[in-house]
Ligand binder design. Structure first.
Ligand code: ATP
Length: 350
């Protein structure tokens, strides 16, 4: 049984179709990231699961139960938004206790549960702090604890970290992941940040134009993108326009390349996708088919790596080098790189 399932769900606002015939199953206890560019329908999908927005057609199930006739509260979903949406005049304790008191939980049980949650999100000492006095990161911890207080069947997070600075964002990411793993709550996390999606989730669903373009583990989506859109949106890619000939020979501007799987493809125009880190430097005298020789056009320093723009003939490609590999590459220097046949992925040019 799935924790959340959407069956052929469509939602339009006037002429704009926000979500189109969407099918999605999230396993019970799974952490799924919904990733995609602005306007692709992520928030609308989340709001339909929560019960804030009614689908035009299709069905939504939580733990196998159709929920279209249930209110937001009856669905028992915990929600965390980008803006903390806390009651500013209340303390952290009162914010977390709010939903429990609305449900008329005995006060002793409320206290026990709220203190357990405060501890879980690392705010034991802030129980009596007014939310106004808390930092953005702390407020988002309170929002997370508040969402978890009702012991939701599903946790829905909509860009919960995007208003925070990079350091806080990184540490909260790990904490959300840890809390989710420990609590085992089915979780859907909306983000347009691919690094966040890859680092936090069990599975990533890449959305485009209201549909799922590809769903898979972070590794699958990154290493084996099913479309040019996914290859471009998730991570950095080189796209080489190649010609595949009958029998699997591949040519890039008349240069033969050896690419795994080309033999089973229809001859014609294809695009070869290679991640910059899969292009490895080779010595001057190295021989082989997939050696690309070029001139450094520029480089940017990215901490652990340097990203080199390499001009190969009239084309420019990006190469990521570990900073231990080539310390002082300057524009104009020659560089030879190579990739193994399994490291390029061919996607049809359409
Ligand atoms: P973002 O990352 O920018 O939040 P998103 O992927 O979450 O984008 P949605 O907010 O779901 O996308 O919006 C999908 C489409 O539906 C957009 O074209 C948006 O303009 C439209 N839309 C969303 N909500 C409404 C609304 N209440 N009224 C009219 N149009 C809407």
């Amino acid at each position: 049984m799935s924790g959340v399932e959407l069956r052929n769900v469509t939602k339009a606002f006037g002429k704009a179709v926000a979500v189109r015939n969407l099918d999605l199953a999230v396993g019970k206890g799974e952490f799924l990231a919904l990733l995609g560019p602005s306007g692709c329908g992520k928030t609308t999908t989340l709001r339909m699961i929560a019960g804030f927005t009614r689908p035009d057609s299709g069905e939504i199930l939580i733990d196998g139960q159709p929920v279209s006739s249930l209110s937001v509260r009856e669905r028992r979903v915990g929600i965390v938004f980008q803006s903390y949406a806390l009651f500013p005049n209340m303390t952290a304790f009162e914010n977390i206790a709010f939903g429990l008191r609305v449900r008329r939980m005995p006060e002793e049980e409320v206290r026990r549960r709220v203190f357990r949650l405060l501890e879980m999100v690392g705010l034991e000492d802030k129980a009596n702090a007014s939310c106004r006095q808390l930092s953005g990161g702390q407020q988002q911890r309170v929002a997370l604890a508040r969402a978890l207080a009702i012991e939701p069947r599903v946790l829905l997070l909509d860009e919960p970290l995007s208003a925070l600075d990079a350091k806080v964002r990184n540490s909260l990411r790990f904490e959300i992941k840890k809390i989710q793993r420990e609590s085992g709550i089915t979780t859907i996390y909306v983000t347009h940040d691919q690094e966040e999606a890859l680092s936090i989730s069990d599975r990533v669903a890449v959305m485009r134009y209201g549909q799922i373009e590809q769903a898979g583990t972070p590794w699958e989506v990154y290493s084996n993108p099913s479309s040019l859109f996914v290859a471009d949106f998730v991570g950095v890619s080189n796209f080489l326009d190649v010609e595949v000939k009958a029998g699997g020979a591949v040519f890039w501007n008349d240069r033969p390349l050896d690419v795994e799987g080309a033999g089973s493809l229809a001859p014609g125009p294809w695009r070869l996708v290679i991640r910059p880190e899969r292009l490895l430097p080779v010595p001057k005298d190295a021989q082989g088919q997939n050696i690309l020789e070029g001139t450094v056009a520029g480089r940017v320093f990215l901490g652990p790596i340097q990203r080199v723009a390499l001009d190969v003939g009239k084309e420019r490609i990006l190469v990521d080098l570990l900073n231990t590999e080539k310390g002082h590459l300057s524009p104009g220097e020659p560089l030879r790189v190579s990739f193994s046949p399994g490291d390029g992925r061919l996607i049809h040019r359409s």
